[in-house]
Ligand binder design. Structure first.
Ligand SMILES: NC(=O)C1=CN([C@@H]2O[C@H](COP(=O)(O)OP(=O)(O)OC[C@H]3O[C@@H](n4cnc5c(N)ncnc54)[C@H](OP(=O)(O)O)[C@@H]3O)[C@@H](O)[C@H]2O)[C@@H](O)CC1
Ligand SMILES: [K+]
Length: 533
């Protein structure tokens, strides 16, 4: 599944399944526990090696930490299933067994027929050396507040063990990715688990915010709920954001009989002298991603500088807003990009005004975002064919109240997430917003939202380099010129941007990004496994 669910949506889907009579809560819990055990053997195949002749081989040992809700119930199932496979399992319960919810209680009792449930006070750090595997089933989607210190101390003591988190690491808010536990500074870069096994679909918290860096890798296991979407009346994209997956190669390939104008004409406006590099990089990106023609619009004072540096990209003098209006008489120009090192003066504000009034596809980045944040009239000219590409600072300038809600300290769940914030911003702006980060969130004005996650196997810290945002703006502009809708252009560009960084690897500088596109596009050609764009 590529839909991303909130805790409430997951509960609703489970409830719909149970209400339909197709499955019981207990069966779902059993499947969840079985999914965790399956993931353990997939992650560490050595666990399934037969003992062979060696009767002396010590039995595998695990400790299962169970919490007071159904997440703990999953833990009791895992303990039982591991025991059935010959493991020595030690189980701890945080909380009162008499208060466990019914399904968890059933599995608690089943475990009690097998072994002891130890009280939390006995969960001391001297135990970890004996247990190569720790299964954490303390809290999942039901986490509602900061994790108490007596749990935190235990978790920190297990960091050298192999760890599996059931559904989510117990301190991550499933709707926002916020970390509801003080995480030691000296442990940044250490993940909280080797593997997080979740059910049915990713939750928002697996991909957003600080949480994503602390899940280890996330494995999604089916528990047979695929049929339940219609039951909760939630089949539309406005309800479920999705994780952007591999692009379909054929969406990016060109029609053999086409000529250059078939693939659109992008116009990218440059800043003045010594400020032209950003627009040149954007232009290179737009051209490499397949726009038929790309023109740099330059102020006369920068014309010589730019002319000396470009070849396939064309050049046009654009002194002011009137000149831009004249250039836009050419109706073949179908995508504009304003912002990368554009400048913050009146001339630039007027350029933006003309660009927006032309009704063309328009990417607004960097300085253009600052200008529309300052000028209410400009902001009101935004229309559905625009794409805004703010990073956190620019987002806060454009949407201060929304940013304040997003930045409010997360002490409880459910809470306001980056997906909520981007959707609200896009609705207010009346266009597509791409809110940058390792968890880039994209939403159009109707609420269709997606996440381009540069986390887990797509982590690219070297993408945080000067000018990489300019190239991204160019990629979006190029795809708009090629006829992609604003939201699909933003999604495709964001995904390819990360793929280019992955293809190059460490040492990347922004100029390298467009140059990776031929290889990345080549690797996609013929692929039809895409699901987002
Ligand atoms: N529903 C189903 O059919 C299925 C559900 N499944 C599983 O169930 C999980 C969701 O279960 P859940 O809703 O019971 O929530 P869960 O995460 O166990 O936590 C709730 C408990 O924790 C407590 N608590 C919370 N925060 C706390 C804190 N900081 N410090 C201390 N206590 C805190 C909270 O206490 P309270 O707030 O009520 O005082 C309550 O007792 C889900 O993640 C998945 O693993 C699967 O089996 C598939 C089928
Ligand atoms: K957990």
């Amino acid at each position: 599944m590529n839909e991303l669910l909130t805790a409430a949506q997951m509960r609703a889907i489970e409830q719909a399944a149970i209400d339909s009579g197709a499955v019981t809560g207990l069966e779902l819990m059993e499947r969840a526990g079985a999914g965790v055990v399956e993931a353990i053997y997939e992650e560490w195949p050595a666990f399934s090696k037969p003992d062979g002749e060696n009767e002396q081989k010590p039995r595998l040992r695990a400790v299962v930490l169970c919490g007071p809700g159904n997440n703990g119930g999953d833990g009791f199932v895992v303990a039982r299933l591991l025991h059935q496979r010959g493991w020595v399992v030690e189980v701890f319960l945080y909380g009162d067994a008499d208060k466990l919810p019914p399904d968890a209680r059933v599995n608690y009792e089943k475990w009690c027929e097998i072994g002891e449930v130890l009280p939390w006070e006995k969960c001391t750090s001297d135990r970890w050396g004996r247990h190569p595997l720790v299964i954490e089933a303390l809290f999942g989607t039901g986490l509602t507040r900061e994790v108490p210190d007596d749990i935190r101390n235990v978790l920190l003591a297990t960091l050298n063990c192999r760890r599996v988190a059931v559904d989510l690491p117990c301190f991550i808010n499933s709707d926002t990715g916020a970390v509801l536990m003080e995480w030691p500074q000296n442990l940044s870069g250490v993940s909280a688990g080797h593997v997080t096994v979740t059910f049915h679909s990713h939750k928002h918290g697996h991909l957003l915010g600080a949480g994503a860096a602390l899940c280890g890798q996330v494995v999604v296991k089916s528990i047979g709920l695929e049929f339940c979407y219609e039951a909760i009346g939630a089949t539309t994209a406005e309800v479920f954001p999705y994780l952007i997956g591999k692009l379909q190669g054929q969406r990016l390939s060109k029609i053999p009989s086409a000529h250059k104008f078939t693939h659109g004409h992008a116009l990218i406006l440059s800043g003045g002298p010594a400020q032209t590099g950003a627009a040149r990089m954007a232009a290179r990106g737009a051209l490499r991603i397949g726009a038929g023609l790309v023109t740099l619009g330059v102020p006369p004072t920068a014309q010589q500088e730019v002319a000396a540096q470009v070849t396939a990209v064309m050049l046009k003098r654009i002194a002011d807003a009137d000149a831009l209006s004249d250039v836009l008489e050419d109706k073949r120009i179908n995508a504009l990009c304003l912002g990368p090192a554009l400048g913050l003066g009146e001339r630039e504000a007027n350029l933006i005004r003309v660009a927006l009034e032309s009704g063309r596809n328009c990417v607004l980045d960097a300085d253009a975002l600052t200008l529309i944040a300052r000028d209410k009239d400009l902001f009101e000219k935004l229309h559905p064919d625009c794409v805004l590409t703010p990073h956190g600072g620019e987002f806060a300038r454009l949407f201060p109240d929304i940013a304040a809600k997003l930045d409010a300290p997360a002490t409880k769940g459910p809470a306001y997430s980056k997906i909520d914030a981007t959707r609200e911003a896009a609705k207010r702006a009346g266009c597509t917003v791409l809110f940058k980060g390792p968890d880039t969130v994209i939403s159009d004005q109707t609420g269709v939202a997606s996440v381009n996650a540069a986390v887990y196997d797509r982590t690219v810290p070297w993408l945080a380099t000067a000018g990489s945002g300019d190239v991204l703006a160019g990629f979006i502009t190029g795809l708009l010129a090629r006829g992609f809708s604003p939201v699909h252009a933003a999604e495709g560009a964001a995904w390819l941007h990360v793929e280019c960084a992955r293809h190059f690897g460490p040492g990347l500088i922004a100029e390298d990004l467009p140059e990776q596109l031929p290889a990345v596009l080549q690797s996609l050609s013929g692929s039809d496994q895409g699901n987002a764009v």
